[in-house]
Write a protein of this length. Structure first.
Length: 301
């Protein structure tokens, strides 16, 4: 395939510049890692930004306990390969401690419970900057974010009070107890991500490639039926079909897509021609019209 290499290298240079700014401005930054393609891209860019030295960030994974097995296997292999420190914040442990309450019912999910665990881990680690792979093209609330996004001492975000970012100048000044969320790949699109991963030959979890899996349909979304984490209604019938993930998260809200794309070139072609948004298969975004922004205001990434 023919890619716009000069444009992809411009995106790469912008992201690397921001990663280096984070290392220069903050004392204890951390890179949030979910096992999804965007956090994998972020980790790859961080390696390039500081090569031949090791990247000066630990990885932080907020583990709901309802992950795809493939995600955890990939995460552990990558951490061993890179030789970086992995910090795991456990939603399961937070439930046991009474910090959060498990949802019940057919639509129960632990996705929203991640916020409390994330804020606790940032506090425990004294992290003053948390980098993640959110992109502006994903969702309208994420389109409002700056590269350096300020959070108050409660970890909350005010979308109406953000700092200007002119001439590649980023303001990381804060008061004690506050922190920043950093979004180095804000200007990338889903297609940009896939094309860059292709030219860089980055290994990815098998979930992103088409494979046969038992699924069931709920509210127009296909959900994996063999994870053991979702309560099915009596009328929700299981069937097998070829599917893949476009995003990866908690199994209770991560929809899968019917697809035959089993190479990265096939995926790029599919993404380039689809009319469905990347997060169109995320059940957590459908709880209300402002679900993502509501979660972000409270501290969600």
């Amino acid at each position: 395939m023919n890619y716009n290499l000069s444009y992809l290298r411009e995106l790469e240079a912008e992201s690397i510049f921001i990663l280096r700014e984070v290392a220069a401005q903050f004392e204890r930054p951390v890179l949030l890692f979910s096992g999804g393609k965007d956090s994998i891209l972020m980790t790859h860019l961080a390696r390039k930004a500081f090569y031949p030295s090791n990247m000066p960030f630990s990885l932080l994974h907020i583990d709901t306990g309802h992950n795809f097995d493939e995600t955890i296997a990939y995460r552990d292999q990558l951490v061993e390969k890179l030789g970086v420190k992995l910090i795991v914040g456990s939603v399961e442990e937070a439930i046991k401690k009474g910090l959060v309450k498990e949802e019940s019912g057919y639509n129960a999910s632990r996705n929203g419970l991640q916020t409390v665990v994330l804020l606790e881990e940032l506090e425990n680690g004294k992290f003053d900057a948390a980098m993640g792979g959110a992109r502006r093209d994903e969702e309208k609330a994420r389109a409002k974010e700056r590269f350096f996004s300020h959070r108050d001492d409660f970890g909350q975000w005010n979308p109406k009070n953000q700092r200007p970012e002119l001439w590649n100048l980023y303001n990381g000044k804060k008061h004690f107890g506050e922190h920043f969320r950093i979004f180095p790949i804000s200007n990338w699109t889903e297609l940009d991500v896939w094309q860059y991963l292709a030219i860089e030959k980055v290994d990815l979890p098998s979930l992103y490639y088409a494979h046969k899996r038992p699924v069931f349909r709920r509210d127009g979304i296909l959900l994996a039926a063999n994870t053991g984490h979702i309560n099915r209604r009596p009328e929700e019938e299981v069937f097998e079909t070829m599917v893949r993930c476009r995003t990866i998260g908690d199994t209770t809200c991560t929809g899968v897509w019917e697809s035959e794309a089993n190479t990265i070139e096939d995926i790029i072609q599919e993404v380039a021609t689809t009319r469905m948004t990347e997060r169109g298969g995320r059940a957590d975004d459908k709880r209300s019209e402002t679900s993502m922004e509501d979660r972000k205001v409270k501290g969600y990434f």
